[in-house]
Ligand binder design. Structure first.
Ligand code: CA
Length: 360
């Protein structure tokens, strides 16, 4: 007897009493999940990814499957969400996986690493390359089933209280940086700090940090960083296309019907597309407003990028030598990155360069 007919005949209580686990949700049952976000509610872009995901799940299930979304700090701290999902405290979370590189560096490969894939390339690796398969295999150790659910696109390089004239100015710089980029900054002599989005402004204002990066013009303006640091650098070389994920507890996921599993997958994919669209649509206006209110927008000096690239590649070689989980995923990621850059330079890069030099 398969599980579905077992449920039909015995009812869900009978299945549970018989100790069949995981119990597959009975048809028509109402499901309520809680989602813990790593982000503050004020950011309609990145927190909005979780809201969109939950809204679509509700709509597609005709209101039978509802997910309440909770901002960072409401149920658990911003960086506590992986533990929350792993332990089953919440059924799911929405986060930037690279926050958890302290558990294992491999988390960063499901999000962003310095000089990694851009947003389009990351989506291609996840959906059509081996990305999803490899990351699922890795996340299974944490009781997680992952779904891509947003990307910010290439980020800005952050806000600095003082100008960065050369790589020397990076030495001793206390900087808030999200995720894995901090490992490279450390090698360049800076002092990286991992501070949740909702707490950065105060640290920068007080001067407990010298610089801070978050995402890009739209979010950064909302968080007010332009009021406390005048120099705004680009590009965010540590985040060419960071992916946000919905992480679902594996038991909660296994307990869903096939229909609800498909709903989760489709809702996450919708949120994935929508977040990138929001950032692309909203960033230009915010950038113009920032420049209009005296923010100095500057490219990183070339020696900063050169050293950052060199240190990033050296770091990846070191991790590959000692962390087999990382090596397995990174080898595939690196091959994919090489081919993507080979292809993108012929079309996207040429087209973009030409268009951006025209008067439009
Ligand atoms: Ca960032």
């Amino acid at each position: 007897m398969d599980r579905r007919s077992l449920i039909k005949n015995a009812g869900i209580a009978g299945v549970l009493a018989a100790g069949v686990a995981p119990a597959v949700q009975a048809q028509g049952a109402t499901i309520r999940w809680r989602l813990a976000s790593s982000f503050p509610k004020s950011l309609d872009t990145i927190f909005g990814g979780a809201e969109t995901f939950a809204k679509k799940v509700g709509e597609m299930s005709g209101g039978k499957f509802t997910i309440s979304t909770h901002a960072a700090g409401e149920l658990m701290p911003a960086f506590g969400v992986v533990d929350g999902v792993q332990n089953g405290t919440v059924e799911c979370c929405h986060t930037a996986p690279y926050y958890f590189f302290g558990k294992d560096e491999t988390f960063a490969l499901g999000c962003a690493i310095p000089f990694g894939l851009n947003s389009r390339q990351m989506t291609a690796w996840m959906y059509e390359g081996n990305g999803m398969k490899l990351m699922r295999e890795f996340y299974a150790k944490y009781n997680i089933v992952n779904f891509p659910a947003g990307n910010t696109g290439c980020q800005m390089g952050g806000w600095y209280r003082k100008e960065i004239k050369s790589v020397k100015d990076m030495k001793g710089l206390k900087m808030r940086i999200g995720g894995f980029g901090g490992k490279v900054l450390e090698r360049m002599g800076s002092v990286p700090q991992n501070i949740p989005g909702g707490e950065i402004y105060q640290a920068l204002e007080k001067g407990t940090i010298d610089a801070a990066e978050w995402v890009g013009p739209y979010d950064d303006q909302k968080l007010g960083f332009n009021k406390v640091a005048p120099f705004y650098y680009y590009p965010g070389w540590w985040e060419g296309g960071p992916q946000l994920d919905v992480f679902v507890n594996n038991k909660a996921y296994d307990g869903l019907s096939a229909e609800n599993k498909a709903i989760v997958e489709a809702a996450a994919a919708y949120a994935h597309v929508e977040m990138q669209a929001k950032y692309d649509a909203k960033n230009p206006t915010a950038l113009k407003q920032l420049v209009g209110s005296k923010t100095k927008v500057l490219p990183f000096p070339k020696d900063v990028l050169d050293l950052a690239f060199k240190e990033s590649m050296a770091l990846y070689a070191e991790i590959s030598a000692r962390n087999p989980a990382w090596k397995k995923v990174y080898d595939d990621y690196a091959n994919f990155r090489r081919d993507q850059n080979l292809w993108f330079r012929f079309t996207e890069a040429r087209f973009d360069n030409f268009m951006q030099s025209q008067k439009l």
